[in-house]
Design a protein around this ligand. Structure first.
Ligand SMILES: O=C(O)CCC(=O)C(=O)O
Length: 272
């Protein structure tokens, strides 16, 4: 299944009771499990991001297992390797949505994903399954997929099972469950809850499909990637303070994340 009927164009607050675009997106996200927002990245920014990631991808191996994808390349430690997603990671609409859905949060898994020709569909999964929390639970993970190529039915666009974020604990997708394809254009962003079943699609074309996931998790959880080690300290020190916070230089109140009794930001500054 595919098509655009399910795509939400959120240019203004349209959901009953929503007073801002962020509220609108947050409500759709929590009710539907996903929402696609257009126009978050300009054409120029998309071009620059694609070019810079292609530079990084020239040095990036293909995946080591079926989940990563044997014909797929993944750019981990994204914020050590490119500056082209700094603004995206702190986009005001994105942060407003995260404020509403997660409260305190940080980046968990920022990854560039280039699905190569011939790749098989990734197994459907939920991103929050890595946390051993009793289910159901309030949202603790929100993911965002930023396409840098046109995502089509046959080039590996992200697939997902609508409504699966509400499934009872233990339920797994079967062949009977409808799977939608997030056919999206560069510049748009697909938000989805960590409890929504989804996965990369098969790439049946002769060209790769490039996208970036910026996954966020509640700040009281351990993020998937250890950014304080992945992003060298002299790089982290140059970043905007909000991005430093998102990369782990933050405190979850009252004092989760302290370093030697102090805010990690102070340690980052002091280590110049
Ligand atoms: O590449 C995609 O479309 C989704 C990838 C994904 O869900 C993952 O690797 O966890």
């Amino acid at each position: 299944m595919g098509g655009h009927a399910w795509i939400r164009l959120v240019m203004m607050a349209t959901m009953p009771g929503a007073t801002s675009a962020g509220q609108d997106v947050a409500r759709r996200l929590t009710s539907d499990g996903y929402v696609i927002v257009t126009g978050l990245m300009s054409e120029g920014d998309v071009r620059a991001a694609r070019a810079d990631l292609n530079r990084v991808l020239a040095m990036t191996p293909t995946g080591r297992n079926a989940f990563e994808g044997f014909a797929t390349q993944r750019v981990y430690a994204l914020f050590a390797k490119t500056r082209t997603f700094d603004q995206a990671a702190m986009h005001p609409l994105l942060l407003e949505v995260l404020d509403l859905v997660l409260g305190h949060y940080q980046l968990s898994a920022p990854v560039g994903i280039r699905i190569g020709p011939g790749e098989r569909a990734q197994v459907l999964h939920t991103d929050d399954a890595i946390y051993p929390l009793p289910r159901p639970h309030p949202p603790v993970v929100v993911n965002t997929m930023w396409p840098l190529d046109e995502f089509t039915e046959d080039n590996g666009a992200t697939r997902f099972v609508p409504g699966s974020h509400r499934w009872e604990p233990g339920r797994q997708p079967t062949a009977e469950d409808p799977v939608l394809t997030a056919t999206t254009t560069p510049g748009s962003v697909m938000f989805y809850l960590g409890s929504l079943w989804h996965g990369g699609g098969a790439n049946l074309t002769s060209r790769p499909r490039l996208g970036v996931i910026l996954e966020y998790a509640a700040a009281w959880l351990r993020p998937q990637e250890n950014h304080c080690l992945a992003v060298p300290r002299d790089v982290a020190r140059q970043l905007p303070e909000r991005l430093q916070e998102l990369l782990g230089y933050n405190i979850y109140p009252p004092f989760l994340g302290y370093v030697d009794g102090a805010h990690p930001r102070k340690i980052l500054r002091a280590s110049e």
